[in-house]
Design a protein around this ligand. Structure first.
Ligand SMILES: Cc1cc2nc3c(=O)[nH]c(=O)nc-3n(C[C@H](O)[C@H](O)[C@H](O)COP(=O)(O)OP(=O)(O)OC[C@H]3O[C@@H](n4cnc5c(N)ncnc54)[C@H](O)[C@@H]3O)c2cc1C
Length: 439
């Protein structure tokens, strides 16, 4: 379907499922509003809202847009058939003058566990499109899909158990993000279990999961959210000397590095630079510009910040986890920055102390961190965790990607009383960190 995973089985339906639960939680956190909120979510209305956002799994709207921008759509299974050639459904051969771009995305990666196939587990597709709320849902995983789907189905009434192999959630973010999200899930009634490995499943109507040395758990449905694999096993990679089933490695213009002749590009999840919609679209803009430039016989500039070289999709692109609280991060975490050899300091602030946050919700709990590069006096990473912090993230993205000096940021005054005022507190701490007291 035109629009891919994001439109029908990922970002859009998952956020449509999550938003009513957050709206309810926010209303319940506000004196005066909470008295007006009785009862729980209307499940049928939430699912209908989700169905609207996926256009009931029809892609007519996106097809129309594609045509409006002059793109010819050929439906079918495409396979590479040698250099610059793609065969559709084994019948129609398309030959490119300049380039072929592989954008086949990713799919759920399932581990080898006895009884898993027989248990017919949900993957992200089922978890975002189900019309049925399972009374008991076991979610395996501790990453973004696992925590978001645990939150969404819990808000719709499922009894959810989250089974996490390691000791924390959201491992790629600052550790406090996972801690606050785990607290939020627990407060919503999700049973979060760390250090829990599923070693076998037994399907007998419901599913019984064997949990390592920790007994058993019976659920009506089990969701596996244990990572992604490239959708490259059946796209004819063998016809151009590559191995099927692998991610496609690319340079910064998204040109495949293991293919001679400079004609194959890979954009989006399939190149494994970053598995996020907005980064795939960013890469598409870069690759499109590079292909057009090369077709004109130019040598596009590969330096950082050139329109022909992706540079903002590898070292921590912006990402939001839409749980309650939300977790939003951009750039490097403190540990990642240290590992990259930077001399950094983490500056934290309790978001609940900011007037805008206190006004937003009674007992607002949240935390903000910026990672300051002490040698260049710029921010190389930022993390916000708390209700409604998603919209704060772009300010940090501008500061990190734009490498805005702290002294200049001091003049970017946030409006009072917004949650963004946390920037002032963070910048004051930066000033206090400077031995000369200057900002
Ligand atoms: C539950 C969930 C929630 C997510 N939420 C977010 C979010 O909130 N924000 C965010 O930024 N990212 C989110 N993501 C990630 C995001 O969905 C992906 O990064 C994005 O969809 C990748 O886009 P893509 O174009 O690379 O691949 P895809 O969206 O997977 O699209 C690939 C397309 O190629 C087609 N295709 C594959 N093989 C062939 C073939 N041989 N011939 C013809 N067509 C083929 C497929 O049918 C599909 O239409 C989420 C992911 C999941 C699973």
């Amino acid at each position: 379907m035109v629009g891919g995973e994001c439109s029908y089985w990922a970002c859009i339906p998952s956020k449509a499922l999550l938003r009513p639960g957050s709206a309810l939680a926010h209303a319940r956190a506000l004196p005066g509003a909470k008295q007006a909120v009785n009862g729980s979510l209307d499940t049928a209305a939430v699912l209908a809202h989700r169905d609207e956002f996926t256009s009931h799994w029809h892609d007519d709207g996106q097809v129309e847009w594609l045509r409006s921008v002059g793109v010819e759509l050929v439906r079918g299974h495409g396979r590479l058939a040698g250099e610059r050639a793609v065969l559709v459904d084994g019948e129609r051969l398309l030959t490119a003058r300049h380039a072929v771009v592989v954008c086949t995305g990713s799919r759920p990666a399932l581990p080898h566990v006895p009884g898993l196939a027989e248990a017919h587990p949900w993957t992200s597709r089922d978890a975002t499109s189900s019309a049925i709320v399972p009374p008991r849902l076991a979610v395996v995983g501790g990453g973004v899909v696992a925590v978001e789907m645990a939150a969404a189905w819990r808000s719709l009434g499922s009894e959810v158990t989250l089974l996490v192999r390691g000791g924390r959630l959201l491992e790629r973010m600052e550790s406090f993000a996972g801690e606050l999200v785990a607290e939020g899930l627990a407060a919503a009634g999700v049973d979060v279990r760390f250090h829990t490995e599923v070693t076998a499943l037994h399907h007998h109507g419901p599913v019984t999961l064997t949990l390592g040395n920790d007994g058993e758990l019976t659920a009506d449905q089990v969701l596996y959210a244990t990572g992604r694999a490239p959708r490259t096993d059946d796209i004819g990679l063998e016809t151009i000397g590559l191995s099927p089933g692998n991610w496609l490695s690319v340079d910064d213009s998204c040109l495949a590095t293991e293919v001679q002749g400079g004609w194959l590009y890979a954009v989006g999840d399939v190149n494994h630079r970053n598995l996020l919609t907005h980064q795939g679209k960013y890469q598409a803009r870069i690759a499109g510009a590079a292909i057009a430039a090369r077709a004109r016989g130019e040598q596009p500039d590969a330096v950082r910040w050139s329109p022909y070289a992706a540079s903002a999709d590898t070292a921590g692109p912006p990402q939001v986890v839409f749980t309650e609280p939300e977790a939003a991060a951009v750039g490097r975490t403190f540990d990642q920055a240290e590992r990259a050899g930077l001399r950094v300091r983490a500056i934290d602030h309790d978001l609940g102390q900011v007037s805008g946050a206190a006004l937003y919700a009674d007992g607002y709990r949240g935390r903000a961190r910026i990672v300051l590069d002490l040698d260049r006096n710029v921010i190389v990473g930022a993390t916000f965790v708390g209700p409604a912090v998603a919209e704060l993230l772009h300010s940090a993205t501008v500061a990190v990607v734009g490498e805005v000096p702290i002294d200049r940021l001091w003049h970017a005054v946030p409006a009072f009383p917004t949650i963004s005022e946390v920037w002032l507190r963070l910048l004051e701490s930066c000033r206090d960190e400077r031995p000369d007291g200057a900002v």
